[in-house]
Write a protein that binds this ligand. Structure first.
Ligand code: ADP
Length: 275
């Protein structure tokens, strides 16, 4: 297989506090210098929460009837979300990578219809034990990835750095889960591995006890582990399941606070799902 056709590695950088973006970018630069093609997807939730507070529009989270938590995204929240994800966080990563000699190119899922999917017409949530329906939310999910755009960027030597939002079929910006979008992207690119970095060592059997790390989950048992995770971790396990069913060989949930976080993940440190 020629270098041009080698399967890229997809790395999702979480948006929680504590991730060491300098170490992550050092590692990306080292991996990229060896000729591995990389695509980065990132979050920005902790900073979005802070900026939303500062702007007087505090964050709100809703829990769906199936138990998944997501950010309530009204129009103002969507604007704040874009400021942080597409602005501060995306450009902060691009700047760090450029300083390390990597030709990073930042874009959101809106640009070039990179991530496309349906906006949810209604979200069924549970609040204070009661079921409610939200209709003015700008959330949805990624169903299609503009593979040509990504391939063109990779073939031209760029390292794409992608942030939510995605774009709805009607052309609206929609908040989508970054882990699941990364899973879709990895599947579309036929990536061998998806590395999901966050501020925990991986999936913990007994959160927050870091010594209770689950080191591997075979692909036929992923569904059972969605229940082990709470809150946001649930979506990572769900994303892993989606990536595997999309043909990705393995997903590693790994620690983004340490030295060489991606290379450690590739060595199998963290929760290795699949394989
Ligand atoms: P992101 O890195 O994508 O921004 P989050 O930080 O929201 O994602 O998700 C990771 C968080 O999930 C951890 O910081 C932790 O608080 C929480 N979590 C819940 N259950 C678990 C679990 N069983 N194992 C590890 N983390 C868990």
């Amino acid at each position: 297989m020629t270098e041009r056709l080698s399967a890229p590695l997809v790395v999702k950088i979480g948006g929680g506090d504590g991730l060491d973006l300098d170490r992550i970018c050092d590692d990306l630069a080292e991996i990229s210098s060896r000729g591995t093609r990389l695509v980065v997807v990132h979050g920005g939730s902790a900073e979005t929460n802070r900026v939303a507070e500062q702007l007087g529009h505090p964050p709100e989270f809703v829990t769906s009837v199936s138990g998944f938590t997501s950010r309530r995204t009204d129009r103002r929240t969507l604007e704040i979300f874009q400021m942080v994800y597409c602005g501060q966080v995306n450009k902060g990563l691009v700047e760090r990578l450029q300083q390390r000699g990597v030709n990073a190119l930042g874009l959101s899922g809106l640009d070039g219809r990179l991530w496309e999917g349906p906006r949810k017409a209604a979200i069924r949530i549970v609040k204070d034990g009661r079921r409610m329906v939200l209709r003015d939310d700008y959330t949805g999910k990624v169903e299609r990835v503009n593979l040509k755009l990504l391939r063109d960027l990779l073939d031209s030597g760029y390292l794409p750095v992608i942030a939510p939002p995605a774009i709805s079929y009607e052309g609206e910006a929609i908040n989508v889960d970054g882990d699941r979008a990364a899973a879709r992207t990895a599947a579309a690119l036929a990536a061998d591995t998806l590395v999901i970095l966050s501020n925990v060592p991986g999936l913990l059997e007994d959160f927050p006890d870091e010594s209770s790390l689950i080191s591997s989950i075979p692909s036929n048992r992923v569904a059972e582990f969605i229940d082990v995770a709470q809150d946001r971790m649930k979506k990572k396990v769900l994303g892993a399941q989606e990536a595997l069913s999309g043909g990705v060989r393995r997903v590693v949930l790994a620690d983004g606070r340490v030295e060489r976080p991606i290379q450690r993940a590739l060595e199998g440190r963290g929760t290795v799902i699949g394989d």
